[in-house]
Design a protein around this ligand. Structure first.
Ligand SMILES: [Zn+2]
Length: 602
């Protein structure tokens, strides 16, 4: 993020006023009212009990589980993966506000992203034109037709063709006014010798990759001709300012509504799997861009659905990287089921050759992640061979002793026994041993985690001392109520605060903050992450039933507490009579001024 603030504080204040944060957050997760606040399951980390709170009175959210927090702008930045300016734009549109002019600098950053979107859109159109309307694209079109894709499919997914030429796209984009710098930034050209550039994608069927808002952010290209010199079978755009492979899913822009409606998605491997699936009516299908799932992708899915069916081909599904990805999906709180496909079969071929009825059957028969792993362990193993038998037993014990639920564990032990001809009670005995060992290992860790969660979730104030609570209230009101700032800073100073609140107070009582609107994007550069998180924490906890005068009273109370404490200390020193005249003088002066302070307050 660039440092310059792009919009006036007044505009941002007005925008935040106009956006109902409860409404906004409710677009992404279910909120339940609790007292004056709302709570729900955090969209930024995986959890089973809600620790995500929204305080509608001051428009703040905070998660007591992962520490995420901020105002409505931060929420949109985080959840939509947008820049500050883009979030402002989205919120302004949402609340029907017109955007004021931006500064030159801010315009540039924003402009570049907009230009990258425009450039990608145009490139996609160009590729599509080459495919559908030129002789150059004939072979690619035939290839797609052979695979069963028609005009509608090509249109739906904006498919295209990158010609077998070195600078066709480059020259086209240049003619349209895009700079080489920008085309390179979009990842569409590569640098050759002597500062020359050439098209990165050549002689490939092109699959534009969209973000979930339906903008083209990157491309995948499948080679048409497997001769040497054309590179790998599949080539993807590199990471760019608008594309991160780890954070996007292919087909999501078309599938998201259906996914939300059915509360489930089907995850496949390749572009053509998705196109075929949508064609055959499985419109909740999406593909990970790469086989191993990332946490970001898992969270992205979790926003729309709780169930995921995995339809990878048999070889991919069984490999270690894939399995780890499926564990990540599972750990995010998504109920994962695996559709078991025959070796060498992928959803594309299966749907094309056998139709949707068989695929529906396979979905019905999809197995749980553990069942799938059991099947993987015994697959192709000659169990009559003692050495192999022993290895299989060991893997099985390792897998099953991770199952935490007792009943579930028992069920899986029986299934595994039936599949392997191990005696169930022998297997059970080994698994229980492993389970106990795991339990011991996990016990401390889990207990600590649970305790933390409990305290954080169920009683916002349970751990706070009385004074700390007062300190937090004062700071929260200081931040969210500008009219109180001057009065408060006349009454108290950073020395009246302790620990973390003192760190925040020190920052807040600087003149610059007092006179300005406090916006998180500004303070982000000044404060460490932990303090930033504390910032949203106290704002979510803020008690808005306290009126102005009550807050000012609390401030008086806080500062007199310090004065009295110091007074006691001075009295003790004087009574010891071990002071030099000089020191005594100084102390008396301090004593006097403290007394004066107290009298002035009365
Ligand atoms: Zn969280």
């Amino acid at each position: 993020m660039d440092k310059l603030t792009r919009y006036s504080d007044e505009f941002i204040d007005e925008l935040k006023e106009n956006v109902d944060i409860v409404d906004l957050v409710s677009d992404y997760l279910e909120l339940k009212k609790t007292g004056n606040r709302y709570k729900g399951l955090c969209p930024f980390h995986s959890e089973k009990t809600p620790s995500f709170f929204v305080n509608p009175d001051n428009n703040f959210y905070h998660c007591f589980g992962c520490g995420a927090g901020g105002d409505s702008i931060n929420f949109i930045m985080e959840i939509e993966n947008l820049t500050f300016v883009e979030s402002i734009k989205m919120l302004a549109e949402r609340s029907g506000m017109e955007l004021p002019d931006m500064s030159t600098q801010q315009r540039q950053v924003y402009k570049e992203r907009e230009e990258l979107f425009a450039l990608n859109k145009l490139a996609a159109r160009f590729y599509n034109y080459l495919l559908t309307d030129t002789n150059m694209g004939k072979e690619a079109l035939e290839y797609l037709n052979d695979r069963g894709f028609d005009e509608n499919d090509i249109k739906r997914f904006s498919l295209g063709y990158a010609a077998d030429e070195w600078q066709l796209l480059l020259n086209f984009l240049k003619k349209k006014g895009f700079s080489i710098h920008l085309i390179k930034k979009a990842g569409l050209i590569s640098e050759g010798n002597n500062n020359s550039y050439y098209d990165k994608f050549r002689n490939r069927v092109m699959f534009p990759i969209f973000n979930n808002r339906g903008e083209v952010i990157a491309f995948g290209g499948r080679i048409l001709n497997s001769e040497d010199g054309y590179g790998p079978k599949y080539l993807n755009s590199p990471e760019t300012p608008i594309f991160s492979k780890k954070k996007n899913l292919y087909g999501l822009h078309l599938a998201k509504e259906k996914i939300r409606k059915e509360n489930s998605c089907i995850i496949m491997e390749g572009y053509t799997d998705i196109i075929q699936a949508h064609k055959k009516g499985f419109k909740n299908s999406i593909a990970s861009l790469g086989t191993a799932f990332t946490e970001d992708q898992a969270k992205l899915i979790k926003r729309y659905a709780e169930n995921a069916y995995i339809a990878y081909d048999a070889d991919t599904a069984g490999n270690k990287a894939t399995l780890r990805g499926l564990d990540i999906l599972n750990d995010t709180g998504i109920n994962v089921k695996v559709i078991e496909l025959e070796e060498g079969n992928d959803p594309d071929q299966l749907l094309k050759n056998e139709g949707s009825a068989l695929f529906n059957e396979l979905i019905e028969k999809a197995v749980s992640l553990i069942d799938f792993k059991i099947n993987m362990i015994v697959k192709d193993k000659n169990l009559s061979e003692p050495g192999i038998r022993k290895k299989v037993l060991r893997s099985m014990v390792e897998l099953l002793s991770e199952v935490e639920d007792n009943l579930e564990r028992e069920i899986y032990i029986e299934r595994a026994a039936a599949k392997t001809n191990f005696k169930a009670d022998v297997l059970a005995e080994e698994v229980e041993k492993g389970f106990k060992k795991n339990k011991k290992r996990n016990y401390k860790r889990n207990r600590e985690k649970q305790n933390k969660q409990k305290e954080k979730t169920f009683d916002l104030y349970s751990q706070l001392s009385y004074y700390q609570k007062i300190e937090e209230e004062i700071l929260a009101h200081f931040i969210s109520n500008p009219s109180l700032r001057e009065k408060l800073s006349g009454k108290i100073s950073k020395n009246d605060f302790n620990g973390r609140t003192a760190q925040l107070a020190e920052y807040l009582f600087k003149g610059s903050v007092i006179s300005n609107s406090v916006h998180l994007d500004k303070i982000k550069e000044d404060l460490e992450d932990e303090l930033l998180s504390y910032w949203s924490e106290i704002l979510v906890k803020q008690d808005n039933s306290l009126d102005k005068n009550r807050i000012l009273d609390l401030a008086d109370y806080l500062s007199s507490k310090r004065i009295f404490k110091n007074k006691e200390k001075l009295c003790r020193l004087i009574s010891k009579k071990e002071l030099s005249l000089d020191k005594l003088n100084r102390i008396l002066l301090t004593f006097y001024s403290l007394n004066y302070n107290i009298e002035r307050r009365d």
